[in-house]
Design a protein around this ligand. Structure first.
Ligand SMILES: [Zn+2]
Length: 113
């Protein structure tokens, strides 16, 4: 009998999301205020540290300095960190000495040029 994974080349390439744990830990262990974010609303790219922060809401809310659209929200509930990045179409985080690599990564970072 043939292994179903052998018949499906996409399934053969697929890993469990836990395999990204090392890279994601590297990404989120840095100060992201130096990261550049592209606003999903107006397309403006700017440093997160230059966004407008509203800290008096139930969550921290970062808003675009150009259109004031919500870019990022951070809150916590029941011992969990909640991160809503739906207002950012791309986040570019400088990670010196990063091991992040691959064709897909190159395509994403190339968009900000
Ligand atoms: Zn904007």
């Amino acid at each position: 009998m043939t292994d179903p994974v052998t018949l499906d080349p996409i399934a053969a390439r697929r890993l469990d999301g836990n395999a990204a744990g090392g890279i994601l830990a590297e990404v989120f262990a840095v100060d992201v205020t130096a990261a550049r974010s592209r606003c999903a609303g107006c397309g403006t790219t700017s440093m997160l540290g230059g966004h407008h922060l509203y800290a008096d809401a139930p969550a921290l809310v970062l808003r675009c300095p150009n259109c004031t659209g919500m870019v990022l929200r951070v809150g916590s509930r029941d011992g969990r960190l909640l991160l809503d990045m739906s207002g950012s179409s791309l986040l570019e985080i400088p990670v010196p000495g990063s091991s992040v690599r691959g064709a897909a990564t190159g395509n994403v970072t190339g968009e900000l040029g």
